[in-house]
Design a binder for this molecule. Sequence first.
Ligand code: SF4
Length: 344
Amino acid sequence: MTRKVNIGNVTIGGGSPITVQSMLNVPAGDVAGSVAQARALEAAGCDIIRAAVPDREAVRLVPAIKAAVSVPLVADIHFDYRIALDCVAAGVDKIRLNPGNIGGEERVKQVADACRAAGVPIRIGVNSGSLEKHILAKYGAPTPQALVDSALYHARLLEKFDFTDIVVSIKSPHVPTMIEAYRLAAEQLGCPLHLGVTEAGTARIGLIKSAVGIGSLLCDGIGDTIRVSLTADPVEEVRAARDILKAVGRGGGPEIVSCPTCGRTKIDLIALAGRVEEALADCRKDIKVAVMGCAVNGPGEAREADIGIAGGNGEALLFKKGEPAGKYPEDRIVDVLLEEIEKL
Ligand code: SF4
């Protein structure tokens, strides 16, 4: 079990529910645009929002976003420790920074002291593309253990100043490397792990890579918070992350079970399933909803579902917990299903 780390009003680690993170992608100088995107991410179900703070001027994002959303805000900082100090003073909830990159122990101490005083944790974000030279020289390549060694190197710099309120991510665009690295990290580190496949790609392949990488680790009981990186609108990242949580049975909202259709199907199941999925996109209830093509196998195949429909000829059967609960015409069944889900 990992340690618990509090990020504002959200706890990660120590068996807490898996949280979903995403990152703003509008230019940091655009405060109004950043605020609007933060609101959109919160509405989509993002539990923790991260924003790049590339210079001291961009620190003004912190109070602006904090005033607009109630989810915690993480400042993503590279190299300049003064930005970290400014963000802490501005009320940020977490810092993402690698202490080995900020130019010496005195600066690490200042950041550690400021974060400790404010109760602000630090995420160490190791990436296979930016490993330290001494670690690359030892391993010759960004191997899984090289990535973990890098995380340990940064963590020890903070621990030197009694700072242990740490979260670690160890990302690689190569899914098998990422999986192995996190497995090693789970054995060698006691802090919460932030899972992600970095530079995963565009919406479809990025989701597939993330689902394989993040999903496998979650199935092994590894991982405390997740971020799906997509070359797409970050709202898509949140939806993808929630779908991964649903797929591994770790929350995220309704899990829709729908059959592939076959020669027995006599209703337009593909359209019906699409409507149900769209209508439930922002629903947070952890229920299983079945959308099946026929009444012969439908209820049986979806017996585990809380509620569902099974298609007939121009009509469909509603069922709850595998038991029939009324027959409705094809053009009304989705509305009836949604009304019933509302009541659950
Ligand atoms: S539930 Fe019925 S329609 Fe759907 S695939 Fe199975 S047999 Fe075919």
